[in-house]
Design a protein around this ligand. Structure first.
Ligand SMILES: Nc1ncnc2c1ncn2[C@@H]1O[C@H](COP(=O)(O)OP(=O)(O)OP(=O)(O)O)[C@@H](O)[C@H]1O
Ligand SMILES: [Mg+2]
Length: 431
């Protein structure tokens, strides 16, 4: 008869225990789900606070983070609302609450049994009547990110096991913060590398313009001379008083066409050397190859190289940075011209071909009739600073490769038979 009440209370205790464990499991589960799935740091913090209140049965939860210099970074809360805004004001001013200071200083959980009477200067204390507070620092690998604090029923915060669980949860959150930091650092490093590549590409475009200056002046001289002689013809006709409208119009049309030709040369060169942010647009690869050929034209003429363009019709567009891709083609053409320029003056032919390599990839190939690459050089030509030219920087192909790869394509070289080299690259088409 006496055993029954004991069994009943055992049962109640066992039920309570099972419920307790169930909650613990649910809160661990939801926090780990968040850690795996939440892509944003602030979203994670908010989600953790909410799930601690929802699944763990805490009255409220808040997290605050500080940066390496101790300046307030961000925070999140659940179950506090307006009261938290007042705490936030303090944290922003660098005035930490006592529990924050204590938690940041220790690696175990700081329990305040009765914040309502014990922490009068804390803006949260008035909502803590009959509750206790548990705070712990968020630390991973000796780096302290901030504090996680909750208010809990008094019996929970007195339970050693509960404190261990709370600590384990905060370790998980700190680990997630560590992961965010790593990914932020990686993104910053990638961004820096990308910027360096853009700057380097720009500097090398400028340097090629330096050596092209004389040739360009010559290039511009032609339309300017044509403009001058057509204008003189107009003046002669007008002075003679025998105005033949058709003849004058013809000469003026000539002036206009030559002025446009000069403007086009200037536009192409200005676009090529301008410092600008990379920007991807839908582009016709044949138009970019034509721009590159036009830029290389003066150099080709000086070295007696005949250039040909075999353009495939009806190619799909590609999503590219037009100046970067023009630079790739221009670098390959320049290398080919330079390679042939070092050999015998006859038979210097360069051909650029475009084609559809696969339904979703364009191919641009630049072939020359130069000496080709030495066997040991084929693997090395894309290395930065590899050059066989006295004036070379050895950066041209390395820049080409990083540009092509960043567009999702590939660049490679082959020797021709019996001579010459072909450099070709692919670019994904727009689907
Ligand atoms: N078409 C080619 N035929 C033969 N060798 C080539 C050809 N293109 C490149 N090379 C070899 O690859 C090397 C590297 O070329 P890359 O364009 O990277 O540098 P570079 O032309 O030497 O200098 P720069 O930085 O001014 O372009 C060249 O020095 C040359 O030896
Ligand atoms: Mg080069």
């Amino acid at each position: 008869m006496m055993a029954e009440p004991a069994a009943e209370s055992d049962l109640v205790r066992a039920n309570e225990r099972a419920e307790h464990l169930n909650r613990v499991l649910r809160s661990f589960w939801s926090v780990s789900q968040l850690i795996v799935q939440e892509p944003e740091r602030d979203g994670l913090l908010k989600g953790v606070c909410e799930s601690l209140v929802r699944a763990r049965g805490y009255y409220n939860a808040w997290i605050a983070l500080w940066d390496d210099e101790g300046a307030y970074l961000t925070s999140a809360e659940a179950g506090l609302g307006e009261d938290f805004a007042r705490l936030l004001e303090r944290l922003r001013l660098g005035k930490l609450t006592d529990c924050c200071v204590a938690a940041l200083d220790r690696d175990d959980v700081v329990v305040v049994g009765d914040p309502f009477t014990g922490c009068r200067d804390c803006p949260l204390s008035r909502s803590y009547a009959g509750r206790s507070a548990m705070s712990t620092r968020l630390e991973h690998d000796s780096k302290v990110y901030g504090v996680l604090s909750v208010s809990a029923p008094k019996d929970l915060s007195a339970d050693e096991e509960e404190l261990l669980l709370f600590r384990a949860l905060s370790d998980d959150v700190a680990f997630a913060l560590h992961k965010f930091e790593l990914s932020r650092q990686r993104q910053a490093a990638e961004e820096l590398a990308r910027r360096r590549q853009v700057e380097l590409a720009h500097v090398t475009r400028l340097s090629t313009m330096g050596e092209m200056a004389t040739a360009l002046a010559h290039e511009l001289n032609q339309p300017l001379c044509a403009i001058s002689s057509s204008s003189q013809a107009c003046m002669r006709l007008l002075r003679a008083g025998t105005v033949d409208t058709e003849e004058v119009l013809g000469a003026l049309e000539d002036v206009d066409a030559q002025a446009q030709r000069a403007a086009e040369i200037i536009r192409r060169v200005r676009a090529f050397v301008r410092k600008r942010e990379p920007q991807r647009t839908r582009a016709d690869i044949n138009a970019l190859v034509r721009d590159a050929l036009a830029l290389a034209e003066p150099g080709a003429r000086r070295r007696h190289v005949t250039m040909r363009f075999e353009a495939a019709d009806g190619l799909p567009l590609a999503q590219v940075d037009t100046i970067e891709i023009t630079q790739v083609v221009f670098n390959l053409i320049r290398n080919a011209i330079e390679a042939m320029g070092a050999g015998p003056p006859e038979g210097r032919y360069l051909e650029v071909r475009t084609s559809l390599r696969e339904p979703d990839a364009l191919l641009v190939a630049v072939s020359d009739t130069g000496p080709g690459l030495p066997d040991h050089g084929i693997g090395k030509v894309f290395d930065a600073f590899y050059t066989t030219k006295p004036e070379g920087m050895g950066m041209g192909l390395s820049i080409c490769q990083s540009i092509v790869v960043s567009h999702g394509g590939e660049l490679w070289a082959e020797n021709g038979s019996p001579r010459g080299a072909t450099f070709q690259f692919t670019l994904p088409t727009i689907k």
